[in-house]
Design a protein around this ligand. Structure first.
Ligand SMILES: *[C@@H]1O[C@H](CO)[C@@H](O)[C@H](O)[C@H]1NC(C)=O
Ligand SMILES: *[C@@H]1O[C@H](CO)[C@@H](O)[C@H](O)[C@H]1NC(C)=O
Ligand SMILES: *[C@@H]1O[C@H](CO)[C@@H](O)[C@H](O)[C@H]1NC(C)=O
Ligand SMILES: *[C@@H]1O[C@H](CO)[C@@H](O)[C@H](O)[C@H]1NC(C)=O
Ligand SMILES: *[C@@H]1O[C@H](CO)[C@@H](O)[C@H](O)[C@H]1NC(C)=O
Length: 182
């Protein structure tokens, strides 16, 4: 995967993303990460803008397929209907289990999916950053939860953690999570 290819891939959408000059920061990630405990459904509480997820009531469900690969089923409500997008997660380095990669098609590279901190039962703080030619980087961050809302103090805690890791979250926005049974 060449950097130039990445650049060509990202440039058309870059204005909708969050980027900064310089290389990606390297935040601390969840130690002793357990994918088993991480599986199942998460609700998106807040995120830094991502052009591929503009809908409402965004959810992700992680599960293990029969062949052992990790299934990622993202969904969002657009125009009153829930749309699904299936992808695959990988753990490129077993020594760093909290540093996952997620791809939604055979033709796109795996994007980093780093679990900075989770307690598995309530919240997870996820960060994704890609260096572009070492000149600038594009990044995303998500606060996800096991329920459609989190206590404000937990959201505040998550944002403080991101900020302490040098991640500018000034453009982070809450995700609407009140779609009823859609
Ligand atoms: C890591 O997790 C495993 C299983 O979840 C547990 O048995 C072990 O004690 C943990 N180790 C540390 C250092 O937390
Ligand atoms: C998540 O996906 C798995 C596998 O498809 C499914 O068994 C499970 O019911 C789903 N969980 C939720 C909460 O939708
Ligand atoms: C997980 O986080 C929630 C919210 O911060 C907290 O109330 C709960 O005690 C935590 N659970 C564990 C097992 O640490
Ligand atoms: C954390 O999750 C547990 C288990 O789902 C739940 O009982 C508890 O109320 C949650 N705590 C907070 C602060 O959300
Ligand atoms: C965060 O980014 C915003 C613009 O998106 C900028 O105005 C602000 O100064 C930045 N904060 C820090 C601490 O770099």
């Amino acid at each position: 995967m060449s950097a130039v290819y990445l650049l060509l891939l990202l440039v058309p959408t870059i204005s909708a993303q969050t980027f900064r000059f310089g290389a990606c920061p390297t935040p601390k990630v969840q130690s002793n990460f357990s994918l088993q405990l991480y599986l199942d459904k998460w609700y998106e509480i807040e995120k830094l803008p991502a052009s591929f997820a503009r809908g409402q009531c965004i959810e992700a469900n992680y599960s293990v397929r029969k062949d052992g690969t990790i299934r990622v089923l993202n969904s969002q409500v657009v125009g009153g209907k829930r749309e699904f997008l299936e992808g695959t997660a990988v753990v490129p380095d077993p020594h760093e289990p909290a540093k996952l990669g997620v791809a939604f098609s055979y033709f796109t590279p795996y994007s980093p999916y780093w679990v900075l901190e989770t307690n598995y039962t309530n919240y997870t703080i996820v960060y994704s950053c890609t260096d572009i030619l070492r000149i600038f980087h594009v990044y995303y961050a998500w606060i996800l939860a096991r329920s459609p809302s989190l206590p404000p103090e937990t959201v505040h805690y998550a944002k403080q953690l991101l900020t302490d890791e040098g991640i500018n979250i000034s453009k982070m926005t809450p995700t609407y999570q009140n779609c009823g049974n859609i």
